[in-house]
Design a binder for this molecule. Structure first.
Ligand code: PMP
Length: 346
């Protein structure tokens, strides 16, 4: 079998999602999921028929929520499929490249690799901002630049003036993809208003985080109509399952949006609780976080991660030395996690 497989795939290490890593316990703060398990109703009718390629109601509802026009919106199987569509549509295998700035989300690299697209890697600066000079020096062959803000796993926002500078720098050369998977926790930081000025901007969104629908697999890409039309060329014919469309539309209804807003406030308060509690433990460094997670530096991150794992508190280790990412759960989960860490260091 192995010799039939494309060379690039033979050597590919798949993305180690929190779910693939596994674990067992009763506090799950490793996947940046929402602790809220909201109820939905669908009648499972019309399943004998294919779904609309881009369900009108869903597209209109998300566009209204995001403050764009329906023609500027495409829905995909999670933001992850948005990443894949962009690379598939814009990057010629073995000719073009993507550029990304680690430490950041791992799927830009893995999606490029599966498609045989070269990767240019320009690390973030020591304060986790864009290194614009190095990016400019590495633009040769680059079609897509992935920028994540709030960034996963660091939690910080990328400076707006740097994003604007990058959009200017890459005008008519490359597309800047802003990954806003966590933007609903800090909507004022969105770059969606820049769509009116920049044809080379694409924005990734998801219902997996603030909307508490990680299991639904529903995401969106926002961009100007010309770019959306291109993505519509490469998407599968019936990409949105009927029940997904129905549930997502309910989540985006007036009542659904109000509930999400309330839950975001709740989670942001829990994040503040964790931030303050962890900051009081000496030897820890808690980085400011804008999403539903915090990155924390421990004296020995691996040891802390393992000790938590063994007691059923499942966190996410990170490639940043001694840093562990902690998702913001409900108050009980945050208290248990904080209590565990406090005890561990006392
Ligand atoms: N971007 C970032 C930064 C993420 O953290 C995630 C989720 N892990 C995604 C995109 C993908 O989200 P989705 O569940 O919508 O595929």
């Amino acid at each position: 079998m192995e010799k039939l497989v494309r060379k690039q795939i033979q050597t590919l290490t798949p993305y180690m999602s929190a779910r693939r890593i596994g674990g067992s316990g009763d506090v799950w703060l490793n996947a940046n999921e929402s602790p809220f398990n909201n109820e939905y109703k669908t009648d499972f009718a019309r399943l004998n028929r294919y779904s609309e390629c881009q369900p009108n109601e869903l597209i209109s509802a998300y566009a209204a929520y995001a403050g764009v026009r329906p023609e500027q919106t495409i829905t995909t199987r999670g933001a992850d499929e948005g990443i894949e569509l962009l690379i598939r549509a814009f990057c010629e295998p073995r000719e073009d490249a993507i550029l990304y700035c680690p430490p950041t989300y791992g799927m830009y690299s893995i999606s490029a690799e599966t498609m045989g697209v070269e990767q240019k890697v320009v690390p973030l600066t020591s304060d986790w901002q864009l290194d614009l000079t190095k990016i400019e020096a590495n633009l040769d062959k680059v079609k897509l630049i992935f920028i994540c803000s709030p960034n996963n796993p660091t939690g910080n926002l990328v400076k707006r003036e740097d994003i604007v500078a990058l959009l200017e720098m890459t005008k008519e050369r490359a597309i800047v993809v802003m990954d806003e998977a966590y933007i609903d926790f800090c909507p004022e930081a969105s770059t969606v208003d820049l769509l009116s000025q920049y044809a080379n901007l694409a924005i990734l969104r998801t219902l997996s985080k603030a909307f508490a629908l990680a299991g639904l697999r529903c995401g969106f890409t926002l961009a100007n109509q010309d770019l959306i039309k291109i993505l519509l060329k490469v998407i599968a014919p019936y990409p949105v399952p009927v029940p997904v469309s129905e549930i997502a539309t309910q989540a985006l209804s007036e009542a659904g949006l109000a509930r999400t807003k309330f839950q975001v406030l709740d989670l942001n308060a829990n994040r503040a609780y964790l931030q303050v509690g962890l900051s009081m433990i000496s030897g820890l460094e808690v980085f400011e976080g804008w999403g539903n997670y915090l990155l924390v530096k421990f004296p020995d991150g691996t040891a802390l991660f393992k000790a938590a794992w063994d007691t059923g508190v499942i966190l996410r280790n990170s490639p940043i030395e001694n840093c562990v990412r902690i998702s913001v759960g409900n108050r009980d989960e945050c208290e248990k996690t904080l209590g565990f860490i406090r005890n561990y260091y006392s």
